[in-house]
Design a protein around this ligand. Structure first.
Ligand SMILES: NC(=O)c1ccc[n+]([C@@H]2O[C@H](COP(=O)([O-])OP(=O)(O)OC[C@H]3O[C@@H](n4cnc5c(N)ncnc54)[C@H](O)[C@@H]3O)[C@@H](O)[C@H]2O)c1
Length: 254
């Protein structure tokens, strides 16, 4: 059995990605903390004893170079977590084309190019790697207000995860997704403010609605997602691939 050691996380300077970096580090991984915001990456890397790297996931050449340099400098690339994501809330009829492009570029196309870059390095080295994509509960149901482009991107991630898992299985690389619910992060703070203004109510009332929508009765914590990611990259999940794991306190069951 091989110990999975070097893990790279995208968008790891904040929220869920930072929690994934902390959790994987606490379980013995050497973590490469990447984010488009270098200072954020450096802060989290210092906290977890990992390495910081500025990386904009929408730049495929930078993504490929980073995957290769991590394998070269640290001896292998065993785990890649595509976590970076963006959201903006607007009624469907008012979403501008530039927003659709941006959301799909960061949330879907970049997951594609990150997956290619990671898998190319893993295949070349014969690494039985693990890839995890952070999708969303909004990647399984579109009954979500004001997030049409985000929903489209996350449904795409779930499908892409299956296609990657299918093709990479012959290389003993597993590919899975996690689908979080209402997670307390800076992204959620922005969404609370947007949804409150679009509904003509307050962020506190929207938060109460989201908690009421969650059978386990609280907002999700970034660590709830991080522990599920840690499971998917562990030996316990060796025979799981192509899965989109709901981690949402029961807010959406499929
Ligand atoms: N918060 C939620 O409720 C929730 C629910 C389901 C899924 N998700 C998903 O979880 C992931 C993390 O979300 P979060 O809530 O922690 O958000 P966040 O905004 O707190 O953190 C996202 C991080 O990604 C980085 N980032 C943005 N664009 C980037 C780019 N082009 N390249 C590299 N990094 C970039 C940001 O700098 C930031 O540090 C996203 O994919 C999001 O869609 C979040």
């Amino acid at each position: 059995m091989r110990h999975l050691k070097v893990a790279l996380v995208t968008g790891a300077g904040s929220g869920i990605g930072a929690a994934i970096a902390r959790t994987l580090a606490s379980r013995g991984h050497l973590v490469v903390v990447t984010d488009v915001d270098r200072l954020r990456a450096e802060r989290v890397a210092a906290e977890v004893g990992g390495h910081a790297q500025a990386l904009d996931v929408t730049d495929p050449a930078a993504v490929a170079a980073t995957a290769e340099s991590v394998a070269r400098e640290h001896g292998s690339l065993d785990v890649w977590v595509s976590n970076a994501g963006v959201s903006a809330m607007r009624p469907f009829l008012e979403v501008p084309a530039e927003q659709v492009e941006r959301t799909l570029a960061v949330n879907l196309q970049a997951v594609f190019s990150c997956g290619q870059a990671a898998a190319r390095v893993m295949v070349a080295a014969g690494t039985q790697g693990r890839i995890v994509n952070v999708a969303s509960m909004a990647g399984k149901q579109g009954r979500v207000p004001y997030l049409a482009d985000y929903v489209a991107s996350k449904f795409g991630v779930v499908g892409l995860t299956q296609a990657m898992a299918y093709e990479l299985a012959s290389h003993a690389i597993t590919v899975n997704a996690v689908c979080p619910g209402y997670v307390a992060t800076p992204m959620q703070e922005r969404e609370l403010a947007w949804e409150a203004s679009l509904r003509g109510t307050t962020p506190d009332e929207v938060r109460a609605l989201w908690i009421a929508d969650t059978p386990l009765g609280r907002l999700e914590e970034p660590e709830d997602v991080a522990r599920a990611v840690a499971f998917l990259v562990s030996e316990d999940a060796a025979f799981i691939t192509g899965e989109a794991l709901a981690v949402n306190g029961g807010a959406y069951m499929d």
